[in-house]
Design a binder for this molecule. Structure first.
Ligand code: PLP
Length: 430
C-alpha cells in the first residue's frame, strides 16, 4: 500500500480520507432543562413584567460569572448592543470606532441611535480590531469604541483600554463569540462601560434566541433598561433622580427576553465550564495536529490571551509554503477529503452597501435621514489588514464533544493535500 498522503486526491477522483462529520449542533436541552421548562409552561409562566423568575436568575448568574454589577437580559445579542449604545448615552452625530471585520450586529445598531460608525482596520492574523489603526480615525466627535472578540479570541484589551482612557472614549465589548474567555487576567465583558453577549442558538451559551447586557455603571444600566422595558421592571430598576420619573413609560421598545429562553440559557450557562473544557481540548488538539503541516499556521497566541472562548478554530493559510496554491483550491481539496474546512464567508463591513452606497442614508427612516450626518463611505483597499485576514483565514468548527479520531484524520487529510500541492497547482493552471 502507498503511504496515505501519496494516494490520489479525492478532488481528483481518489478515495476521501474520512467521512464528513456533521456540523456541530447546539447543546440539546437536558432532562433537567426540559423539566424546568415544562413546569414553567404548566404554571402559565410565559411572560414577566417585573424583575422576577428565570430572567432574574439568569441575570444574577451571568453577572456573577463575569463579575458585573448589573445584567439585563434582552431578546437578542443585537438588542443587547443596541441597549449598550443607547445606555452609554450616544447622541446624534457621535462617532464610534468599530472594527471593519465583525458580525454586522456589532455596528448596525449604531445607526438606530443616530450615531456614526467609523470603521477601523483589523489585525490580519486574528481579525480583531487593530489598536494601531485607531488614532488616524479620531475626530472631535469621537465618543466611543466598540470591540468584538472574534471567534472567541480576546481582542488586545490592554492596548484598547489604554487608548480609550487616553482619549476619554466609552468602551463597549461585543462578547457574542467569547463566553468565558479571559484576557489579561479578566473575563471579557468586564473591561468597558458595557458588554453585550448574544445567547443565540449557535453561541456557547444559548437561550435559543436572546442576549444579555452587562455593566457596572448604574446610569448605563438605567438607560438600557428604559430602552427596552417599562412598567414594573423599569420602575424597580430605575431609581436615579435623573430617570426614575420616566421609568414607567420607558423609551418605546419591548426588548424583553422570553422566560423559556432564560430557563434554557441557565442550563447552558451551568454547563459552560464543561463545554469550554471539551472545546479547549479539541482546540488544543488541532493546534498540535496542524503544527508542521506546510501551508498551515496555527492561530496566533498573544500573552494577554489567557483563555479563549473556543468559538471556532482559525488557522492561517500560508500559500507561499505551497508554491502559491490558492486558498480556495486548498479548501476544496480538503473538503473533498472529508475535512469540514472553510473560509470565513462574510465581507468586511466597509465593502457592504451601507458603507459604499451613499444613497442608503436617504432611504432610512431615522429622523435625520437625508441630512449630512458625517456618515463615512469606503473603498475596498482602505483596510488592507481586513483583506489580508480574509485571504488567509481558514476555519474549522470547534465541537463540544470528543472528536479526537476525526481530528487525527483531518490532519492526515490536510497533510495529504499539502504534500500534493504541486498536483493541485497543475490542476489550477490547466
Ligand atoms: C451572534 C452575534 C451577534 C448578534 O447576536 P444575535 O443574538 O443573533 O442578535 C452580534 N455580534 C457577534 C459578534 C455575533 O457573533
Amino acid at each position: 500500500m502507498p503511504p496515505p498522503h501519496t494516494t490520489t486526491l479525492a478532488l481528483l477522483g481518489g478515495e476521501p480520507t474520512t467521512s464528513r462529520l456533521p456540523d456541530p449542533q447546539p447543546r440539546p436541552p437536558t432532562e433537567e432543562d426540559l423539566a424546568l421548562v415544562t413546569a414553567m409552561l404548566r404554571r402559565g409562566e410565559g411572560a414577566y413584567v417585573g424583575d422576577e423568575g428565570q430572567v432574574r436568575e439568569l441575570e444574577s448568574e451571568f453577572g456573577q460569572l463575569v463579575g458585573a454589577r448589573h445584567a439585563l437580559a434582552v431578546n437578542s445579542g443585537t438588542s443587547a448592543l443596541y441597549s449598550a449604545f443607547f445606555g452609554i448615552g450616544l447622541e446624534p452625530g457621535d462617532e464610534v470606532l468599530a472594527p471593519t471585520y465583525t458580525f454586522l450586529a456589532t455596528v448596525m445598531p449604531l445607526f438606530a441611535v443616530n450615531a456614526v460608525p467609523v470603521l477601523a482596520d483589523v489585525d490580519e492574523r486574528t481579525g480583531n480590531l487593530d489598536p494601531a489603526d485607531l488614532e488616524r480615525h479620531l475626530t472631535p466627535r469621537t465618543r466611543a469604541i466598540v470591540v468584538t472578540h472574534l471567534n472567541g479570541v480576546p481582542a488586545d484589551m490592554p492596548a484598547l483600554t489604554a487608548f480609550a482612557r487616553r482619549h476619554q472614549l466609552a468602551l463597549v465589548e461585543d462578547c457574542s463569540q467569547a463566553h468565558g474567555a479571559i484576557c489579561a487576567g479578566k473575563h471579557v465583558g468586564s473591561f468597558g462601560d458595557a458588554a453585550a453577549f448574544s445567547l443565540q442558538a449557535k453561541k456557547t451559551v444559548s437561550a435559543g434566541t436572546g442576549g444579555i447586557l452587562l455593566t457596572n455603571d448604574q446610569r448605563v444600566y438605567e438607560r438600557a433598561v428604559m430602552l427596552g422595558h417599562f412598567l414594573d421592571r423599569a420602575e424597580q430598576a430605575v431609581t436615579s433622580d435623573e430617570y426614575a420619573r420616566f421609568a414607567s413609560t420607558g423609551f418605546g421598545h419591548n426588548l424583553r427576553m422570553h422566560p423559556v429562553g432564560a430557563a434554557l440559557a441557565r442550563g447552558s450557562l451551568r454547563a459552560l465550564p464543561e463545554t469550554l473544557r471539551i472545546r479547549k481540548a479539541n482546540y488544543d488538539l488541532l493546534d498540535q495536529l496542524l503544527t508542521g503541516i506546510p501551508g498551515l499556521c496555527p492561530p496566533v497566541r498573544e500573552p494577554y490571551m489567557d483563555e479563549l472562548g473556543y468559538y471556532s478554530y482559525q488557522p492561517l493559510y500560508v500559500p507561499e509554503e505551497l508554491g502559491g496554491l490558492s486558498a480556495e483550491l486548498f479548501v476544496r481539496a480538503a473538503v473533498a477529503e472529508g475535512v469540514p474546512l472553510s473560509k470565513p464567508r462574510s465581507a468586511p463591513l466597509h465593502c457592504t452597501p451601507v458603507f459604499t452606497d451613499p444613497s442608503w442614508h436617504s432611504r432610512t427612516f431615522t429622523p435625520h435621514a437625508g441630512t449630512d450626518r458625517g456618515y463615512r463611505h469606503y473603498r475596498t483597499e482602505q483596510f488592507p489588514g481586513s483583506l489580508r485576514y480574509l485571504e488567509r483565514a481558514l476555519r474549522l468548527p470547534v465541537y463540544s464533544t470528543d472528536i479526537r479520531d476525526h481530528a487525527e484524520r483531518w490532519a492526515q487529510a490536510l497533510a495529504k493535500v499539502a504534500t500534493q500541492a504541486h498536483v493541485l497547482r497543475a490542476y489550477e493552471s490547466r
